[in-house]
Design a protein around this ligand. Structure first.
Ligand SMILES: Cc1cc2nc3c(=O)[nH]c(=O)nc-3n(C[C@H](O)[C@H](O)[C@H](O)COP(=O)(O)OP(=O)(O)OC[C@H]3O[C@@H](n4cnc5c(N)ncnc54)[C@H](O)[C@@H]3O)c2cc1C
Length: 483
């Protein structure tokens, strides 16, 4: 910033996956970079801890890593060398339905399509081009706003993705299985399935299952953090924990500051240095619904009625498309739903490092209104029991976190919003404000790199990478694309 001979080239505030990705990219170019983290440990949404019983490792936030495995920037970093190992469950995700039936997404697109009977052809037609060309697709959807590198593929993606999940599903699919499978993916958006562009989430997540898979990280998602931090330190980077930035004066002198924070936090820290119109836009930025999360230590695997569900890394619970859509709409309107859509992961079935021999962990959350303090234990456990009678008998102990609790855990989860801001149409493309370069804050040397920028939530590090590219180009005259 405007200091002569600043101590650092860049200071990153926040050590989530985006902060660390930005740090890695900047230090790759030989810049002197410092990461400041408020909490005693780094990692933001990718921490793994013992929160139920000794010896049981739980992912506090992110657990399932399709966008990590499919990230154009993380894939160039050889993170395996720094300790990140993906484990692929036999089945990426499953969606149990009534009477022990289930819709199943296999790694093989053909096998998945075949299992959908009357929807075989349409499922294949919808996903095959995106799954076959994931590398090209991910370059454009995770990249910065620009003319697409692969215009025909993106035109096709844009055509299907612009619709609501309900419209696309109703126009393409006949069976309740295909519709439910699509709803389970689209509802990761945390917007009503009737909203424009909600289909795009179903397309990205559905395609990723057939291309890069839905892995978990061996030992837990903290391995992503550890690997990025190890690489960063090897490149000369410095990390300082227990350092909460409350104002710009808490930051050592630096040519640039990159915030891995969300808009309202940036206004609190740097508001006086921002142009009034920009500051007001950040203040108007909208956060979405929150999450209520549960972790369990189990004496045995979940007794799913459907055998295939026992082989799946992730399960989407909630029943039919209509049931899921109803629950998500209620949450969007500020209401709790007694039959919520539940996202569930059973990592210890595939990763023996997480629990004592023969025991298991389970991870699940549902969406709730922003700022909710309601305990949804009963609602979540009832949804699991609905498809796995006897589940409650396997529980050794459990841990819960409300939406409010998430904000205390990590100030980026404002009101429990896990994506750094609602992902409806305007804020999908215009995060945090609609601008050709959304990463540049209109103040000397300041940038934003959190999931409040494109491409939004998830452990892909692309917000950090894109922001770092902008820093390199604008502040240091370095223009090279390593993704
Ligand atoms: C319950 C839950 C489940 C999720 N599941 C998945 C999943 O399965 N797969 C997936 O890909 N994604 C998942 N996510 C989303 C994913 O975790 C986030 O999108 C991702 O972590 C965002 O990364 P980030 O770097 O932008 O911010 P964060 O990871 O939030 O990191 C921000 C960091 O900044 C620090 N910080 C905040 N304020 C300050 C300050 N003033 N000074 C210094 N440091 C500060 C915080 O402590 C934190 O470490 C989930 C999130 C939650 C909460």
């Amino acid at each position: 910033m405007n200091t002569p001979n600043p101590e650092y080239d860049a200071v990153i505030v926040g050590s989530g996956p985006n902060g660390l990705s930005a740090a890695v990219r900047l230090s790759q170019e030989g810049l002197k970079v410092l990461v400041l983290e408020a909490k005693p440990t780094i990692g933001g949404g990718t921490r793994t801890q013992e929160i139920t019983e000794p010896g049981f490792l739980h992912d506090i936030c992110a657990a399932v890593l399709p966008t990590t495995a499919g990230s154009p920037c993380l894939n160039t970093l050889n993170l395996k060398e720094y300790g990140l190992e993906f484990i692929h469950p036999e089945i990426p995700y499953a969606h149990p339905l009534a009477k022990g039936d289930a819709a199943v997404c296999y790694r093989s697109l053909e096998k998945t399509a075949e299992s959908l009977g009357a929807d075989q052809k349409n499922y294949s037609r919808l996903f095959s081009e995106f799954a076959d060309h994931w590398d090209y697709l991910s370059e454009d959807i995770f990249g910065t706003l620009r003319i697409p590198k692969h215009p025909l593929l993106m035109a096709r993606f844009g055509w299907y993705g612009q619709f609501s999940a309900r419209h696309l599903s109703n126009s393409l699919f006949k069976t309740r299985k295909a519709k439910a499978l699509f709803a389970g993916c689209a509802a990761h958006s945390i917007i009503p399935l009737e909203k424009a562009f909600s289909a795009s989430f179903g397309l990205v997540l559905g395609s990723s299952a057939h291309s890069v898979g839905w892995p978990v990280a061996k030992g837990g998602s903290a391995s992503v953090t550890t690997a990025l931090a190890n690489l960063f330190k090897k490149q000369g980077g410095e990390i300082q924990t227990d350092t909460e930035v409350k104002s710009l004066s808490d930051i050592p002198s630096s040519k640039t500051i990159v915030f891995d924070l969300t808009p309202h936090q940036i206004v609190d820290i740097a508001g006086d240095h921002l142009p009034k119109t920009y500051r007001n836009k950040l203040r108007r930025y909208q956060y979405g619904p929150g999450a209520f999360k549960m972790d369990w230590a189990l004496s045995e695997p979940v007794p799913w009625l459907n055998e295939e569900c026992r082989k799946a890394g992730t399960l989407h619970l909630g029943g039919t498309f209509d049931e899921i859509a109803e629950g998500e709409k209620a949450v969007w309107e500020g209401k709790h739903h007694d039959k919520p859509y539940v996202l569930l992961s059973q990592p210890s079935l595939f990763d023996g490092t997480r629990t004592p021999e023969g025991k298991h962990t389970l991870w699940a959350y549902c969406h709730v209104p922003n700022g909710s303090t309601k305990d949804m234990t009963q609602e979540i456990e009832s949804q699991i029991e609905r498809f796995a009678p006897g589940f409650k008998d396997t529980i050794i102990s459990k841990h819960t976190m409300t939406a409010q609790g998430f904000e205390q855990y990590n100030p980026n989860y404002v009101g429990g919003d896990i994506n750094g801001g609602a992902q409806f149409f305007k804020q999908l493309f215009g995060r945090p404000v609609l601008k050709w370069n959304p990463y540049k804050i209109p103040a000397d040397g300041m940038y934003i790199c959190s999931s409040s920028t494109p491409p939004g939530g998830g452990v892909h590090g692309m917000c950090g990478y894109n922001a770092a590219q902008s820093v390199l180009k604008n502040e240091f005259g370095i223009s090279s694309d390593k993704s």
